[in-house]
Ligand binder design. Structure first.
Ligand code: HEC
Length: 112
């Protein structure tokens, strides 16, 4: 009898923990999707294939470690696509894409 009550309590605790874990994971995903991920942005920044680039340059070729972008202001996404289309000779990123959000998050993280 006592054992059964005990088992039930454990089951409820386990279920709650599992549910809370799932909820937190979901919130984490939603957050990352909306906000952009600085680490991923940094990887893309140094990726010479970004945005359909047709040469061997990456953003880091001209802005090593993001240098010179600390004061970037205005429409950063448009500046990013301008640099993809001209120096990288690429097609540019979809404005709403996760890649664009990640790169913008990275550039915003450089602000002092
Ligand atoms: C061949 C060199 C070169 C490459 C490669 C390059 N850029 Fe640029 N970038 C520049 C120059 C020069 C400027 C300043 C002139 C301008 O704003 O158009 C600039 C300006 C910018 C700005 C605006 C800065 C401000 O102060 O407003 C951003 C943001 C930027 N680049 C991001 C990027 C990103 C992201 C990439 C990779 C997709 C990239 N750049 C690749 C040369 C480059």
């Amino acid at each position: 009898m006592m054992i059964n009550v005990f088992k039930k309590i454990i089951a409820v605790v386990c279920f709650t923990a599992l549910f809370a874990g799932t909820t937190l994971t979901c919130i984490g995903y939603i957050h990352a999707d909306q906000g952009g991920d600085v680490k991923r942005g940094e990887m893309l920044f140094n990726d010479p294939t970004l945005g359909g680039s047709t040469n061997d340059k990456s953003c880091g070729s001209c802005h090593p470690g993001g240098k010179g972008l600390e004061n970037a202001s205005g429409n950063i996404a448009e500046a990013v696509n301008r640099c993809i289309k001209n120096p990288l000779a690429g097609e540019g990123l979809d404005m709403d894409s996760q890649e664009m959000k990640d790169i913008v998050a990275y550039i915003n993280s450089l602000k002092k």
